[in-house]
Design a protein around this ligand. Structure first.
Ligand code: GLV
Ligand code: MN
Ligand code: MN
Length: 419
């Protein structure tokens, strides 16, 4: 195997396979109607098996860790056995009714990088690891970054006793998946073993498209809170209970949701979303007695986010007091905003210039495993343009040329980082 030559590019085969694999991966779904792959499901197992096959074909040794991350390793050049790794990847889980590119594109770009090096018989001074994270979306247990936080050792034990929508405990789901919570610590990686983490992701916003650019460099990742809220009122007859004597949990929830919207509407980079709500008993002629809903609140600045979380919590308490509704709030997730590493950003910018592309640096409003990985290593991210900025939606769309450009810039960034 030769050392790093100048001007490495993707091989044609590796480039061609990115979109083919996007389609193949999208066929692994819990539903035939839409794309959904939740943490620790049998589809999670299937996508890991497929990703491991691809990794092996790209010359990597593979393993699955205790949380269900799938990892392939491509060793460094001969003089550097046990070298620290540059880790590349993204997540393999999806939201419900997802697009095909969120997460998957990052894993496949990483794979294309290693495949290209392998086909050109090139080894780098660092090992390369490709990782498909087990859970970034947090759909099943409401706690995002389960995969990456297991690696950094910041896995929150709170999730262990949480139940999914079907009442399945996290511990049992992991057991069914073939792992065990008692082994979770074995997934932790030493900071010294990971030199850097680089992730390609679709932008999930409209900026690159508006600027006419295929790839951009990420500057920072917004912080986020997630809350699970439960409201308890009193179910009753819709025809007989006068309006002023009701304890209608759904009417209270409506007011709380409006509050979230108004509290989050007055600052740049601040957003608040209620994405899921369940009302019981759920009949048109019954006043709602119980409601559960989620709140997702994010901001580029941590002080702003914490302040608005406080406003929402206080405001909802006041609404519920006035309406004689009991409120319970569980803070199920918190992540601070994180800056990308300045040197990695420079390597990415040089990569764009050497490919003849304009450089655009932009922040991420979405959360990414890179934010969790920043706890133990320096990290950087590349965004790839997506049509209309649409994401978390089946219409998510990326062109083949842009996907290949993302992988090529990732390869060039890795090479720059090795210099
Ligand atoms: C992940 O997609 C997130 O930002 O919620
Ligand atoms: Mn997502
Ligand atoms: Mn994602």
């Amino acid at each position: 195997m030769s050392l790093m030559p100048e001007n490495l590019t993707l091989t044609t085969g590796a480039a061609e396979r990115i979109m083919q694999r996007i389609q193949e991966a999208a066929s692994i779904s819990e539903s035939t109607q839409y794309l959904s792959r939740r943490f620790a499901s049998s589809e999670h197992q299937q996508i890991n098996t497929l990703a491991a096959q691809w990794m092996k074909a790209a010359g990597m040794h593979t393993r699955e860790d205790a949380i269900g991350n799938v990892i392939g390793r491509y060793e460094a050049n001969d003089s550097q056995t046990n070298a620290p790794a540059i880790m590349l990847g993204s997540h393999l889980d999806t939201v419900i009714n997802a697009g095909r590119y969120d997460g998957m594109l990052g894993v496949l770009c990483a794979l294309a990088v290693v495949e290209s090096l392998n086909e050109q018989e090139v080894r780098l001074p660092y090992a390369l690891e490709v990782i498909g994270f087990a859970d970034e979306e947090g759909v099943r247990y409401q706690s995002t970054y389960l995969g990456s936080r297991a690696i950094t050792g910041h896995f929150s034990k709170d999730v262990l006793n949480r139940r999914d929508e079907d009442g399945i405990l996290f511990v049992d789901a992991l057991k069914q998946f073939g792992s065990n919570v008692d082994n979770l610590a074995s997934a932790i990686r030493k900071p010294a073993d990971i030199y850097a983490y680089l992730e390609v992701h679709i932008e999930q916003g409209p900026v690159l498209e508006a600027k006419g650019l295929p790839v951009g460099v990420v500057s920072s990742i917004a912080g986020a809170n997630r809350m699970s809220v439960s409201l308890t009122g009193l179910a009753g007859h819709a025809g007989t209970v006068p309006m002023n004597l009701r304890q209608d949990a759904l009417a209270a929830a409506a007011e709380c949701i409006s509050l979230v919207e108004s509290v989050c509407s007055n600052h740049d980079g601040l957003v608040g979303t209620v994405g899921r709500i369940k009302a019981k008993p759920g009949a048109s002629n019954v006043i709602t007695g119980d409601v559960e809903f989620t709140i997702d609140l994010r901001a580029a600045q941590d002080e702003v986010r914490r302040d608005r979380v406080g406003q929402v919590v206080e405001g909802m308490a006041a609404i519920c007091k006035r309406r004689s509704i009991e409120i319970g709030i569980e803070h199920v997730h918190e992540a601070s905003s994180v800056s990308c590493d300045a040197h990695i950003m420079q390597c990415m910018q040089s990569a764009l210039r050497s490919a003849g592309m304009d450089v655009l640096v932009l922040p991420s409003g979405a959360g990414h495993d890179a934010a969790a990985m920043a706890e133990i290593t320096k990290m950087g991210m590349l965004f790839v343009r997506c049509a209309g900025g649409v994401s978390h939606h089946p219409d998510e769309s990326v062109t083949k040329e842009d996907a290949i450009a993302g992988a090529d810039i990732l390869l060039k960034s890795v090479v720059n980082l090795c210099r």
